[in-house]
Design a protein around this ligand. Structure first.
Ligand code: SF4
Length: 708
């Protein structure tokens, strides 16, 4: 069989199955039955992205199948093969959505099935920073569970996100291989049609980050080809259906690597590599993915894929817990003469001398010296410790400053991991990432309880207090420059964040100090200085300098941006924002929803629906993406009256920002416990109930001028 025949046959087979499944569903449920995937604002995301049409019922699904049929032309041309591949993928989406009828939960652990919009937004930043350098789709059955595990592990060690389809899922389960989003190995489902859930992620990325218009199939495919670094690894034997799905992947720019020897090869797109141990290298080369090598001398793996790994109490060798005993983590700027490069010292017992399962003290001081080092960079470096330590396989870190908790697993301990290796990791990563400012680095780790108490109370806490004082005094007015950040342009080509002391990047991960450090570390990099010498309107936060900068960095896509307004030239959103706020017209206020919130807001929209109003680097007056900490800023929509416009937030978010938000409200308006006046989902999910609540509480937004 030729490749044409195989793709066409596979496409026909899946089309036939889809047609039957839809007819049967109509017979069972009626044509008006609603169909949808959970937690997405994009209907059937693949069909919507390709055609621009939303499908809401079985009748519409049947109509949509007619549209799919028009893609299934049978000339022996590449275009026909690709379109048949796309048609196969769309059929797979139709089959999958039928599984979700009536709110059914068709996938059980360990499989995920459909992935929510929030997952894609979370993936935005790690994908642009290269923390996740690629996405592997592994499909079928390996020769043995061990072969499957070795392949998956090779990608994990490089930080690549792995998705699994088919028998490979059971093979990994058989040898108790850990899977899950937290270790970046996501089993999608055992039917081949479940592969659509990763395609759906790629296409929604184009809509969310790339501002691709639904229905613009050519731009969509260009986007996935250029900006989504995915590839497919398909184990032999391949049947026609898999080959047809593969054609769909290739149409989106994702190469397929297989060990099926008699497959018709297409250079750089359909590649035969009979040696599975070479799939990793072949795939990276075919998709042009470059991996940053991190060689650290420790007995376990070190990769961002392990960042979300959780070590449970029963699996832990030892624990260090700042909430119970004295702990601290600190960067200290020293004179070069006081630092011995790469010296790691442990003062106190090593892990071997600690009881199995015990809770201990730990304090590590990372001494750094460099002629370009500044005290302002200390917290920036320190904040990375969480990420560095979490990337160690079998080690888990939460918290920061003197409230960190670390667990070392029994497996890591048995592999030879010891406390001194924490020092190796901190040393290597600080030198690796901060080489522009750190010339020498030494790590002292205290585990002696008395020393930990001393370091915590006499060294660390006074340093933290001094830093907090400095941060409190850091305002937009007190600095001479702001910074741009264009990291997200990898996905959202015209998006520019303007980062100021009182307005961090909308991802929540880039503060003014971070941007400053990034600029000093890499002067030609993503963060550039923006002067603020030519104000146009300080209340709006409008500056000629800012306008010039955004025009330049957006390649002319943006002309004006204000820093403090959501109505007039608001800052753009790239799609990976932590929160989104939108106008609530009945109360003259704004509603804020965070990414983790899955429920309804009084706007009649969920977070994904609100989020779909903006994103892709476009300005949408009335809606704005932002970081969590911006909510308590004195500059939060200052032009429209500031934080007293906030009328509703999910309870969890309200609790998270309460201390800081209440302090700002007290300072600005003399209001005590402002958050008590703000609604949440336990109080109101519709505007009428919300306004009644706000009236009862005397919320200040009610007496402000309307925003529209
Ligand atoms: S600051 Fe803005 S551009 Fe930079 S990473 Fe965050 S969201 Fe992206």
């Amino acid at each position: 069989m030729t490749l044409f025949e195989s793709v066409f046959a596979g496409n026909d087979a899946v089309y036939g199955l889809t047609e039957n499944a839809i007819n049967q569903a109509i017979e069972t449920h009626g044509a008006d039955k609603a169909v949808s995937f959970p937690n997405t604002a994009y209907s059937l995301p693949c069909y919507y992205a390709v055609t621009g049409t939303k499908v809401g019922t079985l009748a519409e699904l049947k109509e949509a199948l007619g549209v799919v049929k028009t893609l299934m032309t049978r000339e022996k041309r590449t275009h026909d093969v690709f379109m048949s591949g796309v048609a196969t993928a769309l059929c797979a989406e139709f089959i999958e959505v039928l599984k979700y009828i009536d709110g059914a939960v068709p996938y059980e652990e360990p499989c995920y099935g459909h992935l929510a919009d929030a997952v894609i937004r979370e993936l935005g930043v790690p994908l642009v920073t290269g923390d996740i350098p690629g996405v592997a789709v592994i499909l079928g059955k390996a020769a043995s569970p061990e072969e499957a595990a070795a392949l998956v592990k090779s990608y994990q060690a490089q930080g690549i996100l792995v998705t699994l389809v088919g028998d490979v899922i059971d093979q990994l389960a058989e040898i108790n291989y850990k899977t899950g989003a937290n270790v970046r190995v996501i089993p999608l489902g055992k039917d081949v049609t479940s592969v659509i859930h990763v395609v759906s992620v790629a296409l929604r990325a184009a809509l969310i980050f790339g501002n691709v218009k639904p229905g613009d199939a050519a731009t969509l495919m260009e986007y996935t080809m250029k900006r989504v670094p995915a590839f497919v690894n398909a184990f032999a034997p391949l049947n026609d259906v898999i080959v047809a799905c593969g054609a769909g992947a290739i149409a989106l720019g994702f190469p397929v690597i297989t060990n099926q020897e008699d497959v018709a090869r297409v250079p750089k797109s359909l590649i035969c590599q009979t040696d599975v141990s070479k799939w990793n290298a072949t795939s990276l080369e075919a998709r042009d993915i470059k991996i940053k090598i991190t060689n650290i001398d420790i007995p376990v793996a070190f990769a961002s894929a392990f960042e979300g790994e959780i070590i449970r109490r029963k699996d832990m060798q030892v624990e260090f817990d700042g909430s119970r005993v004295d702990c601290a983590e600190l960067v200290q700027t020293c004179d070069a003469s006081e630092v011995e490069d790469h010296k790691i010292t442990v003062i106190g017992p090593e892990a071997d001398e600690m009881e199995l399962g015990s809770k201990n003290s730990i304090a590590y001081v990372v001494k750094v010296a460099g002629k370009n080092m500044q005290a302002d960079f200390e917290p920036v470096i320190e904040r990375k410790f969480h990420n560095y330590i979490n990337c160690i396989e079998g080690v888990y870190h939460t918290g920061q400053r003197d409230m960190q908790r670390i667990r070392i697993s029994i497996d890591a301990f048995n592999a030879g991991f010891r406390i001194k290796h924490l020092g190796e990791v901190l040393y290597a990563q600080v030198k690796n990432e901060f080489d522009a400012v750190v010339d020498k680095c030494e790590v002292v780790i205290y585990t002696d309880p008395a020393e930990c108490t001393r370091v915590r109370h006499e060294v660390a806490i006074p340093t933290f207090e001094k830093r907090d004082e400095r941060l409190d005094n850091l305002t937009d007015e007190s600095v001479d420059v702001y910074y741009s950040c264009i990291l997200c342009q990898a996905f959202s080509p015209s998006h520019v964040c303007v980062v100021t002391p009182e307005r961090l990047g909308l991802c929540g991960a880039v503060s003014w100090l971070d941007a400053k450090a990034t600029n000093e570390l890499d002067p030609a990099g993503p963060c550039q200085v923006i002067t603020k010498e030519r104000p146009i309107d300080e209340n709006l936060g409008a500056y000629e300098d800012v306008d010039e900068a955004v025009q330049k960095f957006s390649q002319g896509a943006l002309e004006h941006v204000t820093l403090y307004s959501i109505m007039q030239d608001p800052m753009t959103s790239c799609g990976c924002f932590e929160c989104i706020c939108g106008i609530e017209p009945f109360s003259n206020g704004v509603v804020i929803a965070n990414r983790e919130y899955a429920g309804m807001t009084p706007l009649g929209m969920t977070f994904p629906e609100m989020a779909s109003m903006t994103g892709g680097g476009v300005q949408t007056p009335g809606f704005m993406g932002h970081g969590k900490h911006f909510i308590s800023s004195k500059k939060f929509m200052k032009a429209e009256g500031g934080i007293e416009r906030i009328v509703w937030m999910p309870k969890e978010l309200k609790e998270f920002v309460a201390d800081r938000l209440n302090a700002t409200a007290k300072e600005l308006y003399g209001i005590e416990n402002f958050t008590d006046m703000i609604g949440d989902e336990t109080i109101a999910e519709d505007p009428e109930t919300l306004v009644a609540f706000l009236t009862e509480k005397g919320h200040p937004a009610l007496s402000l001028d309307p925003m529209m």
